[in-house]
Design a protein around this ligand. Structure first.
Ligand code: PGA
Length: 253
């Protein structure tokens, strides 16, 4: 079953300085003036930590929510040079947080660290965008479902509030490569992820499941018929207002 909201989440990664707010400003103007953009759609932009506070302040009354891209695995405050906790991101206005992106997994995030990041973020009333995805080797070895199920089960627990968790399925081989999954495979994978989530949370409905990996204004038309997908996590194309707006426009056109 598809959820009612379609998310468009922009992951800026290591991009952006204060004046890059003009990108959000243009996206905001577009969604405010476009009659087709209604409550069924939700836009979240995750700039780097340095910009969360100023952007969140600016957009507090608007249709764009601001999120963080990661946090340290310990919460609150501590003697951890350079670290930023989920509490700190919340305190400057983040409403969402990405956890478990493959960039961070490849830099050493373990399942135990991810579990603690998710738990701390939920305790701080952040909505968690939890990323999972197989690599090329898993895909070729037909291990995708097994890998995804493990990634979910090793981190998420029944006691977590499934309504504050969004899953972003991002096959590693599709991130930044221009390659996207076959529609049929993506549909089957999304349905599988939802089944695993319903089993963990023991609920009839599932958390939202997004797709991420090389989404752009052109290929978005191939995803829109897959109603099971509850939105998109967009990397490269979210750094340009034109590309990001094209994705939204072409999605509901
Ligand atoms: P991409 O990145 O859209 O540039 O492939 C997606 C992501 O890393 O979240």
């Amino acid at each position: 079953m598809a959820n009612n909201i379609k998310y468009f989440i922009g992951n800026w990664k290591m991009f952006g300085i204060p004046k890059s707010i003009s990108i959000l400003d243009k996206i905001n103007k577009f969604v405010k003036s476009d009659k087709k953009f209604n409550k069924k759609y939700k836009i979240v932009i995750t700039p780097p930590y340095t910009l969360i506070q100023s952007y969140a302040k600016f957009f507090s009354n608007n249709k764009i929510s601001i999120g963080a891209q990661n946090c340290y695995h310990k919460d609150n405050f501590g003697a951890n040079t350079g670290a930023i906790s989920s509490l700190m991101t919340k305190s400057v206005g983040a409403q969402y947080i990405i956890i478990g992106h493959s960039d961070n997994r490849s830099e050493g995030d373990t399942d135990a660290m991810l579990k603690s990041k998710v738990e701390n973020s939920l305790n701080n009333k952040l909505k968690v965008v939890f990323c999972i995805g197989e690599n090329k080797e898993h895909k070729l070895g037909k291990k995708t479902f097994e890998v995804l199920e493990k990634q979910i089960k090793n981190v998420l627990e029944e006691k977590f509030n499934f309504k504050d968790i969004i899953i972003a399925y991002e096959p590693i081989w599709s991130i930044g490569t221009g390659q996207i999954p076959e529609a049929d495979d993506l549909l089957k994978t999304t349905i599988f992820i939802k089944k695993v989530l319903r089993n963990i949370f023991k609920k009839k409905s599932s958390s939202a499941v997004l797709y991420g990996g090389s989404v752009d204004g052109k290929n978005i038309s191939q995803f829109k018929k897959l109603n099971e997908i509850d939105g998109f996590l967009i990397g490269g194309a979210s750094k340009s207002d034109k590309n990001f707006i094209d994705i939204i426009k072409n999605y509901y056109k």
